[in-house]
Design a protein. Structure first.
Ligand code: TXA
Ligand code: MG
Length: 333
């Protein structure tokens, strides 16, 4: 078992930090979050400062249980109880009309709020012990890859975070599915481990996609993509040829594939992730960090299969490659 189970002292310390308006990074099943008391605007302001995140990007509020929803949402749509029963605790964020008491800084000035109950024993113990909702974006600096381990958080934020709760490696590894229920029909704003098809089983219909009225997060794509190494998505058949061509031109090349290389490729770093969407998603961000640290000139990534089970991975890889992102980026927040 990971060591965190016995770390009652560090949990008590983390709660104290939250009570006095500080920042605590904590594990969830998706990625690590950078948490502050969601009812304390000064504490929430520190999240934006630590991340270097623009103030108009709303934060997700994490709750210990769905029973707390009425303090955060003005209206609870009919589908919410069954969605909560089916998927909470779990990697699903619901966008609901905000309760008037939710501080404006949490919602980035929008009239909606994002809410989720995370599925991680340490996160749930922390939320219970803190006895309040925690506003928490992913615990990375703005524009960078989300952290999936406590070591990643330290590397990202160092002394900018007052306390890091270590709950081991995240089991999902990709950010939560975001479902907007604040409008006339459900809309999927971000694909994640809970698929559109799984949501449809509860909703009775497939959620729609984003549209022109979906909440905007201005300016997120502007400066840089994560990772820092330029990424190219390629069909599996093209990997060896493209890697060889780049290496012949003197470039340091890395490849992230779902299979081994067909033949040796001198000067090329070849990394493999499992050919299974859940296990691939779990390992993706750690591999991207590793490859970024290797300082290659180019990263070639094998494009995922065009199948619903790969939708979340496909979304993240396209964003990494900076391609076909037709909507404002909500990933590298
Ligand atoms: O899995 C996750 O969702 C992780 C863990 C820590 O819970 N959190 C996370 O937070 O990915 P963040 O802030 O990095 O990304 C949340 C996204 C943001 O891009 C934000 O635009 C969107 O959720 N969001 C939050 N509140 C919203 C709202 N009221 N309306 C529309 N989008 C919202
Ligand atoms: Mg983020």
């Amino acid at each position: 078992m990971p060591g965190f189970v016995t770390e009652a002292a560090s949990l008590a310390h983390a709660v104290e930090v939250i009570q006095r308006g500080g920042l605590v990074a904590f594990p969830t099943e998706t990625v690590y979050g950078l948490g502050a008391d969601a009812r304390n605007p000064a504490a929430v302001a520190r999240i934006f400062a630590a991340k270097g995140r623009p103030a108009d990007h709303p934060l997700i509020v994490h709750l210990a249980s769905a029973a707390l929803l009425p303090s955060w949402a003005r209206k609870i749509p009919a589908a919410v109880p069954s969605l909560a029963a089916a998927f909470w605790p779990g990697p699903l964020t619901l966008i609901l009309e905000r309760h008037p008491d939710v501080p404006t800084i949490v919602t980035g000035g929008q009239d909606t709020v994002g809410l989720r109950v995370p599925d991680h024993p340490l996160a749930l113990a922390f939320l219970e012990a803190a006895g309040r909702g925690l506003a928490a974006p992913s615990a990375n600096r703005f524009g960078r890859i989300s952290p999936t381990s406590a070591a990643h958080v330290r590397a990202e934020l160092g002394e900018r975070v007052d306390c890091v709760l270590d709950g081991g490696d995240c089991t999902v590894g990709l950010e939560s599915t975001i479902l907007d229920l604040s409008r006339e029909r459900p809309r999927l704003l971000r694909p994640g481990a809970i698929s559109a098809e799984a949501l449809a089983e509860v909703l009775g219909e497939l959620p729609a996609g984003r549209d022109g009225h979906s909440p905007r997060v201005p300016g997120a794509m502007a400066a840089h993509y994560a990772p820092e190494t330029p990424v190219q998505l390629l069909d599996g058949l093209q990997l060896e040829a493209q890697a060889a061509a780049l290496a012949a031109g003197g470039r340091a090349v890395a490849v992230l594939a779902r299979r081994p290389a067909r033949h040796p490729l001198p000067g090329c770093r070849w990394l493999q992730l499992p050919d299974d969407p859940a296990r691939y998603g779990q390992g993706l961000y750690a591999r991207l960090r590793e490859l970024d640290a290797a300082g290659c000139d180019r990263l070639l990534i094998q494009a995922p299969p065009a199948e619903p089970a790969w939708a979340a991975v496909d979304d993240r890889l396209r964003r990494c490659a900076g391609r076909e992102v037709k909507v404002p980026d909500t990933l590298f927040d």
